[in-house]
Design a protein around this ligand. Structure first.
Ligand SMILES: [Zn+2]
Length: 61
């Protein structure tokens, strides 16, 4: 789907949680429960799968 978000708006889709905050909520420290990471540079906007291979954003035990 085409979109017209700025890079800042795109990256704002990330959880915004610190690793400690995410862990305290039982969420993956890396993606904060999103299961993807939003990255953008120069209007190239990507959602990449969490490199931790977490279970849909849940913290691994
Ligand atoms: Zn994750």
């Amino acid at each position: 789907m085409p979109h017209s978000m700025t890079d800042e708006e795109w990256e704002a889709q990330n959880s915004g949680l610190s690793p400690d905050q995410a862990t305290a909520r039982g969420l993956c420290w890396c993606c904060g429960g999103k299961s993807v990471l939003y990255t953008a540079f120069g209007r190239v906007q990507r959602a990449v799968p969490c490199p931790e291979k977490c279970n849909n954003g849940k913290a691994k035990r």
